[in-house]
Design a binder for this molecule. Structure first.
Ligand SMILES: NC(=O)c1ccc[n+]([C@@H]2O[C@H](COP(=O)([O-])OP(=O)(O)OC[C@H]3O[C@@H](n4cnc5c(N)ncnc54)[C@H](OP(=O)(O)O)[C@@H]3O)[C@@H](O)[C@H]2O)c1
Length: 253
């Protein structure tokens, strides 16, 4: 359970090498040591760096779990293992891929693979986490959504459609858990400077992963259910809803 200063005892990061996910873990560790579980593909070249990063940030113990977002049958065992040491205070769903958006909408196999990583995988672990959090009656599931999923745009609609699905699922998972004591926080960053966005065109209102982490920590402590990391996105995405499709199509975003 989080204590008065927001110190966690057990943190689970699904997408255990995600730069944003690790920044969120570090933000919690800055309030005091915690046991950290990194659920990540066994062949990821980034595992050693992720372990070193959370140890340097103050993790009292680091456990690695083999996790593939699209190996759905393995997910129940992964989540069982993640809870083997007891309750999880913060579970962060941070895996995902961006990919080449112009290729994705024209390549059926690649589009299906992208949707499985960005939507079906998060739904699969979300159902399992939901049952665990409902039973323990406390803690927060943090789901990394995106502004791209709030109004899906022509420029990245395969990714955006999956994020829209993820966003809808986790928003309503929060509603379903409303009376349980557990919470769900949906985080909707715009572009964030990480490996994932390194080859994307520079976008307005881009933030650093530390900004996502600070906003996420604050929102968890305040018990919020949805946040836009850059405050301007709240207004921008509201405005999107009033722009007719014929004009929206011509915007350079
Ligand atoms: N960066 C942005 O601009 C931005 C903006 C809005 C939202 N987001 C969202 O924030 C989340 C984290 O992104 P990030 O910027 O931290 O990206 P990142 O550093 O590239 O992290 C992506 C993570 O997903 C994992 N992953 C990819 N495919 C997987 C699979 N099949 N099974 C298991 N893990 C898999 C990667 O593991 P490996 O080490 O094995 O590759 C890595 O841990 C994502 O959901 C992303 O959509 C990012």
């Amino acid at each position: 359970m989080l204590n008065a200063v927001g110190q966690a005892q057990n943190i689970l990061l699904l997408g255990g090498t995600s730069e944003i996910g690790l920044a969120i873990v570090n933000e919690f560790l800055s309030r005091g040591p915690a046991r950290v579980t990194l659920a990540t593909r066994a062949d990821s070249p980034r595992i050693d760096a992720a372990v070193a990063e959370v140890k340097a940030a103050g993790a009292s113990e680091v456990k690695i779990l083999d996790f593939d977002a699209t190996d759905f049958d393995s997910h129940p065992a992964v989540i069982d293992e993640a809870f083997a040491h007891g309750d999880v205070d913060i579970a962060i769903v941070a895996f995902g891929t961006l990919g080449d958006q112009e290729e994705l909408w024209q390549d059926q196999a690649k589009a299906v693979a992208s949707a499985q990583i960005n939507f079906t995988g998060p739904l699969s672990v979300g159902v399992l986490l939901g049952q665990r959090f409902k039973a323990q009656g406390h803690g927060t599931i943090v789901a990394l959504s995106s502004v791209a999923g709030v109004r899906v745009r022509r420029s990245n609609f395969v990714y955006g459609a999956a994020k829209a699905g993820l966003d809808g699922f986790y928003t309503q998972l929060g509603e379903a858990l409303h009376d349980s004591g557990a919470k769900v926080l949906v985080v909707r960053p715009g572009q964030v400077r990480t490996k994932m966005s390194a080859s994307a065109k520079p976008a307005p209102l881009t933030v650093n992963r530390e900004d996502v982490a600070a906003a996420t920590f604050k929102a968890v402590i305040e018990g919020k259910d949805i946040i836009f990391v850059h405050p301007a996105f709240q207004l921008v995405t509201t405005a999107f809803n009033f722009i007719p499709r014929q004009i929206f199509r011509r915007l350079p975003i």
